[in-house]
Design a protein around this ligand. Sequence first.
Ligand code: SAH
Length: 253
Amino acid sequence: MEKIYFVGAGPGDKELITLKAYKLLSKADIVIYAGSLVNPELLEYCKDDCIIYDSAKMNLEEIIEVMENGAKNDKLVVRLQTGDISIYGSIREQGEELKKLGIEYESIAGVSSFLGAAASMGIEYTVPEISQSLIITRIEGRTPVPEKEKLELFASHQTSMAIFLSVQNIDKVSKRLIEGGYKSETPVAVVYKASWPDEKIVLGNLDNIAKKVKEEGIKKTALILVGDFLGDEYNYSKLYDKFFTHEYRKGVK
Ligand code: SAH
């Protein structure tokens, strides 16, 4: 019996996948891809006779059934999901169902959209002495968020944040971030479809970003990046400081 491969499809650009992902796609007999977010151009890497399913139209049972039939018939099944599968990938439930059936799986890392967005902007989330932590979160939608992870509580750290699945509520997000402790002039970038040809980057601050995002008509497939890492203030790292000595290099006196 074959195992199932959970493969990160990257943020959009069809060249932003790993070599492992590319090789698996080109050998796959069956691909179940998340049609709502995955760039369909990635399917060009598949064989002509590869059977393609769009999971946007399927429920969990149907997805598992395709995987089970494939694995039992020794077919190479790839489950292709946007970005990296470990971030809002709903893979835990798929993995648990496979375990019940005695089917093994392997995950192939992908470039998450928060990394694609940072690359598009050429920025660093961890600017020395400005912010050394990145919080990845979302606000509640149909899926609730644990009480202890309320946006206001995270905001009290005033560190870098990448907020997924929430752009449709940008008003609420900015208001709650300010209530939680960020200053209203804290810089914000909303990155829509990072790495796709129709990518858009909207820059502003917590006070004006909601208006700007609405003017651009952005309602989904976007990340809200918040924090002073986007601002004008920065410091140089010690790592490349010529006066700084470390394991691999002696600093000048
Ligand atoms: N596993 C994915 C996230 C899936 S949840 C990852 O690692 O990126 C879907 C959310 O991800 C979207 O609502 C949006 O917030 C974000 N997203 C996915 N692709 C994106 C892209 N290319 N640009 C900006 N945001 C994206």
